[in-house]
Design a protein around this ligand. Structure first.
Ligand SMILES: NC(=O)c1ccc[n+]([C@@H]2O[C@H](COP(=O)([O-])OP(=O)(O)OC[C@H]3O[C@@H](n4cnc5c(N)ncnc54)[C@H](OP(=O)(O)O)[C@@H]3O)[C@@H](O)[C@H]2O)c1
Length: 252
């Protein structure tokens, strides 16, 4: 069990702290965001401190700041060579983190999503991180990738979450208007898509599902064709490509 510090006390830090509280770690959280800090401080093994104390007391520090803030505050903190740092931040490359958190040698980038709180979260990581495996490996899926560029491509893919969830929310609300049962509509849509989410390892799972739903004149094919007419697939790929410069990915 480790002493784990969190710099930043917002949405993603709160989910990670809730995921770990009560497992025997000592959790140190920045004294920011008073409401969230107070809620977290009420959990077992969690205490709230100024940033410098969080760093001084921790073996592993998880960076959950906005990039602009990270660039302002990290270099002033009492980093040591025996610590590990895990950054979940977009827009702060590894080379910058090594400069800002010197002399820490062990720094890794990963991408948690809010449901890490319940476990089962895929965690792409670069470079490999024993600290990440030890802390989050038991309840989540650690996915080492080959380069920082590959990690950043996963950041782009993680941004599929909001647009796809919006489609599910719209479809679920449409169903609820018909049935008068919002909870039932949401439960149906969630169970429907959970059923599709067991890839067979071929790399073609989603395309295979689309083929199985392509019956000519069928409801799925009709709805998909209408979305294609409206340019939805091209818009999605354009939007993902639009993230390339920000994430340092080669432009096509
Ligand atoms: N949200 C997600 O699902 C998600 C997923 C993966 C990665 N990330 C990454 O995680 C990072 C944080 O995102 P978020 O959504 O959690 O943002 P957020 O909710 O806005 O949290 C940012 C936190 O930083 C705190 N903060 C501001 N100045 C600070 C300082 N000087 N010292 C310590 N803490 C300070 C803020 O506190 P105050 O309110 O007091 O200013 C707030 O608690 C971003 O880099 C983002 O790319 C987020």
């Amino acid at each position: 069990m480790a002493t784990i510090g969190f710099l930043g006390t917002g949405e993603i830090a709160a989910c990670m702290v809730r995921a770990l509280a009560g497992q025997g770690h000592r959790l140190r959280v920045s004294d920011r965001n008073a409401d969230v800090a107070a809620e977290l401080a009420a959990l077992p093994e969690v205490s709230v401190h100024p940033n410098d104390e969080v760093v001084a007391q921790s073996e592993v520090v998880i960076l959950c700041l906005m990039a602009r803030v990270a660039r302002q505050v990290l270099a002033e903190l009492p980093w040591r060579a025996d610590q590990s740092v895990i950054s979940v931040m977009v827009d702060v490359p590894l080379a910058d983190l090594h400069r800002l958190c010197a002399p820490v040698p062990d720094i890794a980038l990963t991408i948690p999503m809010p449901f890490i709180e319940q476990g089962g979260c895929p965690l792409p990581v670069y470079p490999e991180s024993a600290a990440l495996r030890q802390i989050f490996g038991p309840r989540n899926l650690i996915l080492p990738v080959d380069s920082e560029t590959a990690l950043n491509a996963h950041f782009a893919a993680s941004a599929l979450s909001a647009p796809l969830l919006e489609l599910l929310a719209l479809g679920s609300a449409w169903l609820a208007e018909e049935t008068g049962d919002p909870a039932g509509a949401e439960a149906y849509v969630a169970a429907l898509f959970k059923g599709y989410m067991s890839p067979d390892g071929s790399g073609h799972h989603f395309l295979g599902l689309l083929e199985s739903l392509a019956t000519e004149g069928g409801l799925n094919a009709t709805l998909r064709a209408r979305m294609a007419q409206a340019g939805v697939p091209e818009t999605l790929i354009d939007a993902m490509d639009g993230l390339r410069p920000r994430l340092g990915l080669a432009t096509r």
